[in-house]
Ligand binder design. Structure first.
Ligand SMILES: *[C@@H]1O[C@H](CO)[C@@H](O)[C@H](O)[C@H]1NC(C)=O
Ligand SMILES: *[C@@H]1O[C@H](CO)[C@@H](O)[C@H](O)[C@H]1NC(C)=O
Ligand SMILES: *[C@@H]1O[C@H](CO)[C@@H](O)[C@H](O)[C@H]1NC(C)=O
Ligand SMILES: *[C@@H]1O[C@H](CO)[C@@H](O)[C@H](O)[C@H]1NC(C)=O
Length: 965
């Protein structure tokens, strides 16, 4: 810029020196003016110092005879810089219009010295500083001046009063303060005065009545106080009067009734008081009347009905009483009416619908009666213009009219905070244009009609605090613009439709304080606009969605749902949520698939279940006779193998001498000497039970000792003989008081037998569940079983063996009541830890299977035994199976107990046959321990060592006892 000026000055001196006659003052002035500007878009390119005729330059107009510049229009060209002195050379300039640029700096006080200027428009720049005191002192022929929308400060200069040629003054939207110059009404020719949006204060001086030509006066948004000038009515040409948002008070001066030409009056936001006088009806040209936010009282004058051109009426936020006058039915042009927040009574005015208003705001009064009657009363055509209807916060009763569809242009429909009852009519779906529906705080009942999906423009739906029941209709997904969905404090039930996750504009959702059940759709995490999502105080369960808004959802938005899990609610979730295989064992046709539909719904067959069923078909239940030949086993494993021959149901008998498949029997048990040749008959009569890995028979060896022989039914999956033997030998070394000892094994490639210690009193399952004649275990016995089992498992884990298949049929009770855990570690005999096989095996142990089995990515550790143990503890204490099949329901024991614990009635779960014969101070901690062990997340479960320690603490209360939580 500086460089430009320098270049220019050099140029000027050259020009001056060369005495070129064609170079007039206008060119010089304009070039000088341009040099002070920044013209980012090169709009003034045509302004060239080589051109001695400025009349064709952009924005320049000349007098056609004198060729002198008379008008300069440079509006909205993004020019910045200062309004330079160059302009002072334009001696014939009449119009200077530089609005909507980026000009800065102060207003040049000499501008008004251009005697020819009639119009100055510097509005919409960033001019700052004071309006120069003497700006209007020699104002010549100045008629119109606008400094609107700048950053001017200080007072309006007194010199203004002396510029009697002024017709229009616009100082609006600056930061002008102080008082009006007292002589301002000397400007007799003034037609328009706009000082709105400043900080001007004090009284409005008297004398305005002298301005017979005043058409428009805007003093809005200042700090004027006192009263309206009494003589304002003398401005008989006044068309528009705006004193809104000041501190004016008093009543309306009576002279105003002479403002018969006035089309617009705004007195909004002052402290005017008293009645609105009847003469208001004489202002018959009024199109807009805004008396809102004052302290007017009394009735709305009947004479308002005379205002036939009235288009906009705002009486809101006053103290008007009584009913709206029926005369208003004559305001045929009324489009927008706001009478909200008064003390109006009476019915919903039916004329309002007849007039075809666009906007009717009547909220916050005490209207009574029904909403339906006016709607039903008038012609359909007159509804079609209604866009905004707000009748909220009144005392309306009755039902929502069923013919809502006639409101075919409705955008906002607010009936909240009334006493509406009945149900929401299905015609709500006919409101195709409606963006906001608020029916909150009424007495509505019934369900949300599925037709709501027809309201395709809906952005906000608020139905909170009613008595709505039923489900959230899935059809809501058709309201694809929905941003706000508030349904809180109703009786809604069912689950949250996953389709809601498709409402990608959702920002505010409140479903709190309902009876919603089920889990939260994971897809909700995709709602990227979400600002709040309140589902507190329902019966939702399962995992909170992960990601997006849900990572930071406040706890208060999810509280009061005891079964929700996730870090927000401080309850850990399972890696996957295991669904119990719901296969009713009593219903044979459920497998065949011939069951009726209603029944089949309950039958969820997982793939692994199908495998298990398939496998069962191949299990040979035949009789296997085992002849124990030549059992001569010395100490443990190293000796020559004992042999068995087999005969009977399976064709395993072969010549011991020359068949390579000839079976090999190994007994581990120390120095035991068995006389070979005994016949051990594995037949059905001796069957002790069957499990995932095989069938167990009882057999008496030749020495009279009973053993349990397990015939493995997974033989096709068994590892090589070498590996099998290595694993079995390892298992054979595990000896513990609470573990069933493995005594030996028998191997052929097609048949494998495991020989176990025989435990006399049968399985824990039998003691707990088998038939009416079951022995009733005492509390102490049950506790010992739990403790013993824990010790057995703890030992197994110390030996790095995972049981994999813990269940009550695998806990055997010996004659002294001690539990012995059997069947451990057999999964090691399989080539790999095939989860499919494992879970299909463990399926038979439904309810004990740790959830991580279903999840391929979670490592299976000894914690899966802890889970099974937890379930077992609950089973022992409640006497109930881990999964019970009821009439048409499946009860999962751990869920049931957990629920009871949360509800504070856990003692009701304890086996009834104990008849309160138990110490609650032991029973409840043990139940809690069981639940902790059955935690969904493996890492939340304690080690078995810890379990043993805790159980011992529970049993022997001592001073150092730890509180269990
Ligand atoms: C005004 O100037 C400022 C910087 O000086 C610039 O950021 C802004 O965009 C300009 N405004 C216009 C309307 O040109
Ligand atoms: C207006 O002026 C005030 C100080 O007088 C200054 O703080 C403000 O930034 C200015 N605003 C503009 C838009 O120039
Ligand atoms: C004053 O100027 C502002 C901004 O240019 C404009 O919006 C307003 O209508 C003008 N006032 C009058 C009374 O013309
Ligand atoms: C309105 O008038 C009432 C009395 O008529 C007075 O109590 C109240 O303060 C006034 N309110 C305002 C905002 O002037």
């Amino acid at each position: 810029m500086l460089l430009k000026v320098l270049v220019f000055l050099v140029l000027v001196s050259v020009v001056v020196n060369s005495q070129q006659p064609t170079f007039n003052d206008d060119v010089l002035g304009l070039i000088f003016f341009k040099a002070g500007l920044d013209d980012p878009n090169a709009k003034l390119q045509s302004w060239s110092e080589d051109d001695n005729d400025p009349c064709n330059w952009m924005g320049v107009k000349c007098d056609p005879t004198t060729y002198r510049v008379t008008e300069l229009h440079l509006d909205g060209l993004s020019l910045s810089g200062h309004v330079g002195r160059g302009l002072l050379r334009l001696q014939f300039l009449q119009v200077l219009s530089l609005s909507n640029n980026n000009l800065t700096g102060p207003i040049n006080s000499e501008l008004s010295h251009i005697g020819s200027l009639k119009v100055i428009d510097l509005s919409g720049n960033s001019l700052s500083g004071l309006i120069p005191d003497d700006f209007f002192a020699q104002c010549g022929s100045l008629g119109s001046v606008s400094f609107a929308r700048n950053n001017l400060t200080g007072q309006i200069p007194d010199s203004l009063s002396s510029c009697s040629t002024l017709v229009a003054v616009n100082f609006s939207s600056n930061q002008i303060s102080g008082q009006l110059p007292s002589g301002i009404w000397f400007l007799r020719g003034l037609q328009s005065l706009d000082i709105s949006g400043n900080l001007v204060e004090g009284d409005i001086p008297e004398g305005i009545g002298n301005l017979y030509d005043l058409r428009q006066i805007d003093f809005g948004n200042n700090r004027f106080s006192g009263r309206l000038p009494e003589d304002i009515g003398s401005c008989s040409q006044l068309k528009s009067l705006d004193f809104s948002e000041n501190y004016l008070s008093g009543s309306l001066p009576d002279s105003m009734q002479r403002l018969g030409s006035c089309t617009s009056i705004s007195l909004r936001g002052n402290s005017f008081r008293g009645q609105v006088p009847d003469w208001i009806g004489e202002l018959t040209n009024l199109e807009s009347l805004d008396l809102s936010a004052n302290n007017f009282s009394g009735r709305v004058p009947f004479s308002l009905g005379n205002l036939q051109f009235l288009r906009k009426l705002d009486l809101s936020m006053n103290q008007f009483t009584g009913a709206l006058p029926e005369s208003m039915a004559n305001c045929f042009n009324l489009l927008a009416m706001d009478v909200s927040q008064n003390l109006l009574t009476g019915n919903v005015p039916s004329w309002m619908f007849k007039l075809g208003v666009n906007s009717a705001l009547i909220s916050g009064n005490t209207l009574i009666g029904k909403m339906e009657s006016p709607l039903l009363a008038s012609r359909v055509s007159s509804y079609q213009s209604l866009q905004i209807l707000d009748l909220s916060s009144n005392a309306l009763s009755g039902e929502i009219p069923s013919n809502l569809g006639v409101l075919s242009s409705l955008i906002l429909f607010n009936m909240s905070r009334n006493h509406l009852f009945g149900s929401i009519p299905s015609s709500i779906g006919e409101l195709k244009t409606t963006e906001v529906i608020d029916l909150s705080d009424n007495w509505l009942n019934g369900s949300i009609p599925s037709e709501i999906g027809g309201a395709v423009s809906l952005k906000e739906l608020s139905l909170q605090r009613n008595f709505l029941s039923g489900k959230v209709p899935t059809q809501i997904v058709n309201c694809s613009s929905l941003t706000t969905l508030i349904l809180s404090q109703n009786n809604l039930s069912g689950s949250i439709p996953p389709a809601i996750a498709n409402l990608s504009n959702l920002q505010y959702v409140d479903l709190s304080l309902n009876d919603l059940t089920g889990s939260l759709p994971k897809e909700l995490a995709n709602l990227s606009q979400l600002m709040s999502f309140n589902i507190s105080h329902n019966h939702l369960r399962g995992e909170l969605p992960l990601g997006g808004f849900f990572n930071t959802i406040p706890t208060s938005s999810v509280s009061g749902n005891p079964s929700l899990c996730g870090s927000v609610v401080n309850r850990s979730c399972p890696a996957v949520h295991p669904k119990p295989i719901v296969l009713n064992p009593n219903s044979s046709d459920s497998i065949g698939g011939s069951s009726p539909n209603h029944h089949r719904k309950k039958i969820v067959l997982s793939i692994s279940a199908l495998i298990a069923i398939g496998a069962a078909a191949f299990i040979v239940i035949g009789v296997v006779a085992v002849t124990v030949l030549n059992i001569h086993v010395r100490s443990s494993m190293s000796r020559a193998p004992a042999t068995l021959t087999l005969s009977g149901g399976e064709d395993f008998s072969c010549s011991p001498a020359n068949d390579p498949n000839y079976g090999k029997l190994v007994m581990f048990s120390g120095d035991a000497d068995f006389d070979a040749g005994a016949h051990a008959l594995l037949n059905k009569d001796c069957e002790l039970g069957r499990g995932g890995f095989g069938v167990v028979y009882r057999t008496i060896l030749r020495d009279g000792r009973s053993v349990a022989i397990k015939k493995l039914t997974v033989s096709s999956l068994i590892k090589s003989q070498e590996e099998f033997e290595r694993e079995v030998k390892k298992l054979g070394k595990i000896r513990h008081h609470n573990l069933v000892a493995l005594e030996g094994y028998y191997w052929t490639s097609s048949l494998q037998l495991l020989i176990f210690e025989f435990v006399s009193s049968g399985s824990l399952y039998k003691h707990l569940h088998d038939g009416p004649g079951r022995t009733c275990l005492s509390w102490r016995q049950r506790f010992n079983i739990i403790l013993g089992t824990a010790k057995g498992l703890a030992y197994l884990h110390r030996m790095n063996v995972i049981h994999y298949n813990l269940k009550s049929t695998n806990i055997l009770i010996d004659s002294s009541g001690e539990p012995k855990v059997g069947d451990f570690g057999l999964a090691r005999l399989l080539p790999t830890l095939d989860r499919c096989i494992l879970s299909s095996k463990i399926q038979s142990a439904l309810g004990y299977m740790a959830p991580e089995f279903a999840c391929k990515t979670v490592k299976i550790t000894e914690k899966c035994d802890v889970y099974g143990f937890g379930v077992l503890v609950l089973e022992v204490i409640t006497g109930k199976r881990p999964v019970e099949y009821m009439e048409d329901d499946v009860v999962v024991l751990s869920d049931m107990v957990r629920g009871a614990l949360e509800d504070g009635r856990v003692e009701e779960c304890i086996d009834g046959s104990l008849r309160s014969n138990f110490p609650a101070e032991e029973a409840i901690p043990v139940i809690k321990l069981g639940l902790i062990c059955a935690s969904q997340v493996p890492s939340n479960r304690p080690d078995m060592e810890e379990v043993v320690n805790i159980l011992e603490l529970i049993q022997c209360p001592s001073d150092g006892q730890e509180e269990l939580e």
